[in-house]
Design a protein around this ligand. Structure first.
Ligand code: GSH
Length: 213
């Protein structure tokens, strides 16, 4: 089987999630950069691969997978070392809920195409766009903290990283880029700090990716 190929953009948080999962699972993969600054995700060639015109996309085992959470789920079943989604039904529902609180309820509101639409179609200035961005992150994280805290340990759920941490770390990276205050979220910050001590998380960080000129 050829190596998996990740269609990636260094600063994309959905790609960052998949890079973390691939690293934690110790999957050797290649990357193809899709430059979002150049709108390459909208090109006819890329849309042939992913009609949604979004990254990430993972070619693996003869499949073409889209949607970061679906990819993480695939990787978890395919590579059962270092499980990212617990097996017990209630634990599984909890971890998936934490991941979805980020991936479905925070991230899509702040996606590039949404921000561009606010600015270009709806005529909002950069200050308004920044307020929008910070608002949805703050509202989402304020709910995530009490959702996670009762079952958190050194990570968002217990004492090993799960798919919830895989989604959290990129989201906090985004929050910092937009100067969103984070001091009210001690559970989230603890999980992030512990996650970033692991090679799999650290090596997936945007600053560690080769950025195209
Ligand atoms: N729900 C998708 C979201 C994918 C997504 O929104 N990707 C962003 C980068 S983080 C993207 O490709 N944006 C391009 C655009 O907005 O035009 C997933 O989790 O994979």
């Amino acid at each position: 089987m050829p190596k998996p190929i990740l269609y990636d953009y260094w600063r994309s948080s959905a790609c960052y999630r998949v890079r973390i999962a691939l690293n934690l699972k110790k999957v050797d993969y290649e990357k193809r950069e899709v430059d979002l600054r150049e709108d390459e995700q909208k090109s006819a060639a890329y849309r042939k691969l992913n009609p949604q015109g979004l990254v990430p996309l993972l070619e693996i085992d003869g499949h073409r997978l889209t949607q970061s959470l679906a990819i993480i789920n695939y990787l978890d079943l395919r590579y059962p070392n270092q499980p990212l989604i617990p097996a017990a039904a209630a634990d599984r529902a909890h971890v998936v809920a934490l991941a979805m609180a980020i991936a479905c309820d925070i991230h899509p509101l702040n996606n590039l195409r949404v921000l561009k639409y606010l600015k270009n179609e709806l005529g909002q200035d950069q200050a308004a766009v920044d307020r929008w961005y910070a608002h949805w992150i703050a509202e989402g994280l304020a709910a995530l903290e009490p959702l996670a805290a009762p079952q958190a340990g050194s990570f968002l759920f217990g004492n090993a990283p799960t798919g919830a941490d895989v989604c959290l770390v990129p989201q906090l990276y985004n929050a910092r880029r937009f100067n969103v205050p984070l001091e009210d979220y001690p559970t989230l910050l603890r999980a992030e700090e512990n996650a970033n001590k692991l090679d799999g998380f650290a090596a997936a960080h945007p600053d560690r990716q080769e950025v195209p000129a």
